[in-house]
Write a protein that binds this ligand. Structure first.
Ligand code: AHG
Ligand code: MN
Ligand code: MN
Length: 363
């Protein structure tokens, strides 16, 4: 086998750390533990039906997580893998996950550290039984100084930091290949898991989201619940070359946010899961702390943009651990256009032409 010149994840992290001579190496160690969790989940996912972990959790009536969603066995397993691989190290003050109502406390038998790990252990898990790509997505924050000093249990409030405060964020994508996309605040890099070595190898050293795109992603079955700026934007895309945009667009919907984020990091595009009127108790579908914030950090670090439609996602001060939020991200010029549509009243001659003859979404 030819000798590879590629850096490993470890090498990349050590070289990044040299930029900060005073750094202790704890963040690197934490990221390597996270990457090991992702490798373990990749194997569990790859075995599919053979692994005995497919399907829903088998409890009377199934298990429902804090989101009110049915848990897959692999949701639960992936959550346990994240905890097991990270709780022992002394780098974390606490963890929080989509699959746990409350923050997870580091057991008394282990030391406590200075970081908080927030994660969705298996994003897109409704796709798992049909063998479509899923992923794990995570965000790393600093614990408040008082938590570090006292070593006390973490509370929900300790996690309620804006996305701009993230130290690092990334995701692993379990697709035809397993990849890890990462930002430690110095751009976005991508690693591909070498199945022979079991190592993440640097394959995408400088990920940039193209500023323009002709590809958009949205769950169009929600169109009747969209607000006017989103209706206007989508309708203009659908109108194609003969409409106000003067060009044809293509549409994609995987229903795995991590997979959509990956497509957009690789070739541009815009993803929307906007605030809508479907369920007044849920201002959006996706969760701020472990979906919108890490994806927002990656997009901004790769020259893209992430927004609620009304403000940059990374500027939002969270109010709840499992808070949901409207999310638009991807190619900068399209996200900025959608933000402009939220600021402006719709032009008179273009008012929601969704319900006109040429609309695909007419009632
Ligand atoms: P999760 O599997 O962690 O609950 O997240 C699923 C999310 C996200 O990945 C995806 O973009 C979205 O839900 C899909 O929503 P629809 O079911 O409305 O398509
Ligand atoms: Mn998710
Ligand atoms: Mn999930």
């Amino acid at each position: 086998m030819p000798l590879s010149n590629r850096s490993t994840l470890t090498q990349y992290l050590i070289e990044q750390r040299r930029r900060f001579p005073g750094a202790s190496g704890e963040l690197n160690a934490l990221l390597l533990d996270v990457s090991l969790a992702c490798k373990a989940i990749a194997r569990a996912v790859a075995f599919g039906e053979l692994g005995g972990s497919s399907g829903d959790v088998e409890l009377a009536g199934g298990a429902i997580n804090v989101q009110g969603e049915v848990q897959k066995k692999l949701d639960v397993l992936s959550n346990q893998v994240f905890i097991r691989r990270n709780e022992w190290s002394g780098h974390l003050a606490g963890l929080a996950s989509e699959e746990m109502a409350e923050p997870y406390q580091i057991p008394a038998s282990y030391p406590r550290g200075k970081y908080l790990l927030v994660f969705d252990p298996l994003d897109g898990s409704s796709n798992i039984d049909v063998n479509v790509s899923v992923g794990s997505i995570f965000s790393i924050l600093r614990a408040p100084p008082e938590v570090i000093q006292s070593g006390r249990d973490v509370s929900e409030a300790d996690f309620l930091q804006p996305g701009a405060a993230q130290v690092a964020a990334g995701y692993a994508l379990y697709g035809p290949t397993t990849m890890l996309m990462l930002s430690v605040g110095n751009g976005v890099v991508g690693f591909t898991l070498d199945p022979n070595l079991g190592e993440f190898m640097l394959t995408h050293p400088d990920v940039q989201v193209p500023e323009d795109t002709r590809e958009f992603a949205i769950n169009a079955s929600n169109s009747r619940f969209w607000e006017a700026p989103i209706k206007r934007y989508v309708d203009e895309c659908l109108a194609g070359a003969t409409g106000p945009r003067g060009k044809d667009f293509n549409m994609r919907w995987i229903a795995s946010m991590v997979a959509e984020a990956h497509r957009i990091l690789m070739r541009g595009g815009v993803f929307m899961y906007p605030r809508d009127t479907k369920d007044p108790s849920k201002p959006g579908r996706l969760r701020l702390l472990y979906e919108a914030n890490p994806v927002g950090f990656l997009m901004e670090q790769a020259g893209g943009r992430a927004s609620t439609g009304r403000q940059p996602v990374l500027g939002v001060k969270p109010t709840e651990l499992h808070q949901r939020i409207g999310l638009v991200f991807g190619s900068k010029n399209e996200v900025e256009r959608i933000e402009r549509y939220h600021q402006q009243p719709a032009p008179r001659d273009e008012v929601v032409p969704l319900f006109t003859e040429r609309s695909l979404f007419r009632d």
